[in-house]
Design a binder for this molecule. Structure first.
Ligand code: KIV
Length: 268
């Protein structure tokens, strides 16, 4: 079985075929998601919240990301492995280069994801120039939660929407291979997905993004507290079949592929 690469994902976007992504933090889930047909496994720094029980993603360290990345890499054979740069690991281009290198060499990452808009253009160019595939995360940036004053939808007004769109174009130009848009109005998700040629992953960014991602534990309905509006519990929603985890993951993949997820109630 051959690995999915950024070339595979680019070809899927070009064909208008939707891409399914979920977070994973360990080997057993990685194998289950891989067998179900997930195309991208994201070792997200959301692990700080769902694995470690922290209030934010900020305390997560590079060594912890490497550890979980290695666990996921050992369980997966097919999906592309994307790994988050934790808070401050990408504070300047040189630091980002060294840390992305560690995620790839020690963690088995095939792509790194970093948060930020125009400020990250130089860093993305530096990583791309060294042959490191990059996904740039825009919209709601969880690592900036204190600056944003909470986990809020971004790009609701014309000025911030234009800023996010300009950042998307600048990051593509700098060499990003993929974008991730979190918590933006669906219309902005549509506009950005259509104006860049690279694949756009959405989470709370509407149905027109080229790919969708959810935090695994949210879609399994096991995250304590209130589920975010953009998420969906695919385990409890088993009209069409059984309620085991593998079936829920297959239902999620089918819903992404057919365009039935996200539905209107998951959008802003
Ligand atoms: O850390 C993470 O899991 C993420 C997703 C919310 C996209 O970045």
């Amino acid at each position: 079985m051959s690995r999915i690469t950024i070339t595979t994902l680019q070809a899927m976007k070009n064909r208008g075929e939707k891409i399914a992504c979920l977070t994973a933090y360990d080997s057993s889930f990685a194998a289950l998601l891989d067998d179900a047909g997930i195309e991208i496994l994201l070792v997200g720094d959301s692990l700080g919240m769902v694995i470690q029980g922290q209030d934010t993603t900020l305390p997560v360290t590079l060594d912890e990301m490497i550890y979980h990345s290695r666990c996921v890499a050992s369980g997966s054979r097919r999906a592309l492995l994307m790994v988050d740069m934790p808070f401050m690991a990408d504070a300047d281009p040189q630091q980002a280069l060294l840390n992305a290198g560690r995620l790839m060499k020690e963690g088995g990452a095939q792509m790194v994801k970093l948060e930020g808009g125009a400020l990250q253009v130089e860093t993305v160019g530096c990583l791309a120039g060294h042959g490191i595939p990059v996904c740039a995360h825009l919209g709601l940036l969880p690592q900036s939660v204190h600056k944003l004053g909470g986990y809020k939808v971004q790009g609701r007004d014309a000025e911030t929407a234009r800023q996010i769109r300009d950042d998307a174009l600048a990051l593509e130009q700098a060499g990003a291979d993929m974008l991730l848009l979190e918590c933006v109005p669906a219309a902005l998700g549509t506009a950005i997905s259509r104006s860049v040629s690279i694949p756009v992953i959405g989470i709370g960014a509407g149905p027109d993004c080229d790919a969708q991602v959810l935090v695994l534990y949210d879609m399994l309905g096991i995250t304590p507290g209130k589920r975010p509006r953009f998420s969906h519990d695919f385990v409890s929603d088993y009209e069409a079949g059984s309620s085991d985890i593998a079936s829920a993951v297959r239902r999620y993949i089918e819903a992404v592929k057919s365009g039935t997820f996200p539905a209107e109630q998951h959008c802003f």
